[in-house]
Design a protein around this ligand. Structure first.
Ligand code: PEP
Ligand code: MG
Length: 316
């Protein structure tokens, strides 16, 4: 809970019962940062750093990366910035990083798996982030994690990068929960991570065994499917057990209709596309935590995604 006047002055998002929910933006480049703030973003919950690496002939060097991250941080005017480490893999090929061909790129060497296979590139990205983003704003997030072993391995590389730059203060390091494994092991991850954020696009794809990019199964890929909601509930329990916060940075975070369920499950940060932020804030400000928790309870008991959606229609 925060004082009402302070929240209003900063345009923070506070529910009708005083519960604080952070509404931040997903960004894919520096140009979007200022626009997101103008639309009410309280910071950035997911900077997809792939923009720096795709559609070019050679990798950006450390200085180019540093300048790009610094530009995003400046655009946010001191607000928190969560930089996600590179999430490329077999399905997002880059000519200058030869990937072996994979039959199942979605199940392949993507995200943190690629980064730990190329620790030189991960170390370089960590240094560029640490040098580019002011410490007070800086948080780092790892994609496609399945267990605390990967987090520990990345933290060793991050600590080396901090040492190389002479940075003593720890930087918050979080993980995306976008594999069912990470959701199941959320308590173990939360013991070591500073925060967790649900990547609902991939979490839905992997939980429902339905390719997020395949139009033939598009109707199946619904993040409000009860199976996905149970994984989010599990992640929230794990985060709570270790006093960590849980956010959502997948597409479902931009849907005002889904917000009461996510908040009721224990989510306290929603990272949305900038354009969705004004409507999202307006909706969240009308909600109370008790109502959201009751709704989430009923959604968890639903049998199908359609049942969850009709529950939402009835209570909207
Ligand atoms: C997600 O999977 O929900 C996510 C936010 O990551 P991306 O969409 O970049 O895979
Ligand atoms: Mg993802």
């Amino acid at each position: 809970r925060v004082a009402a006047e302070a929240a209003a002055a900063l345009d923070l998002c506070v529910m009708a019962d005083g519960t604080r929910i952070e509404i931040v933006a997903n960004l894919a480049n520096a140009a979007e940062a200022g626009r997101a703030v103008a639309l009410g973003a309280e910071g950035c919950g997911l900077l997809r750093t792939e923009f720096l690496f795709l559609d070019r002939d050679s990798a950006p060097d450390e200085e180019e990366q540093r300048m790009a991250y610094a530009a995003v941080a400046a655009g946010l005017g001191g607000r928190p910035l969560i930089v996600r480490t590179l999430d490329i893999g077999g399905d997002k090929p880059v000519a200058y990083l030869p990937f072996p061909r994979e039959d199942n790129p979605a199940l392949g060497a993507r995200g943190i798996r690629f980064s730990l296979a190329r620790p030189d590139l991960l170390a370089q990205q960590f240094r560029a982030i640490l040098a580019g983003v002011p410490a007070a704003q800086c948080r780092i997030m790892l994609p496609m994690v399945i267990d605390a072993g990967e987090l520990a391995a990345a933290r060793v590389i991050l600590d080396e990068a901090r040492a190389a730059l002479g940075i003593d203060t720890p930087v918050p390091l979080g993980v995306m929960v976008e594999t069912p494994a990470a959701a199941m092991l959320a308590a173990s991850l939360a013991r070591e991570a500073d925060f967790l954020s649900i990547g609902s696009n991939d979490l839905t794809q992997y939980a429902l065994a339905a390719d997020r990019g395949n139009p033939a199964v598009a109707a199946k890929v619904d993040a409000l499917h009860p199976a996905v909601l149970h994984l989010i509930a599990r992640a929230a329990e794990g985060a709570r057990a270790h006093g960590r916060w849980l956010g959502v940075c997948g597409g479902i975070a931009s849907d005002p209709l889904a917000a009461p369920i996510l908040i009721g499950l224990g989510v306290t940060e929603l990272s949305a596309t900038p354009a969705a932020i004004p409507a999202l804030k307006a909706v969240v400000r009308q909600l109370t935590l008790g109502d959201c928790e009751a709704l989430a309870e009923r959604a968890l008991a639903a049998a199908t995604a359609a049942d969850v959606r009709s529950l939402l229609q009835r209570t909207a």
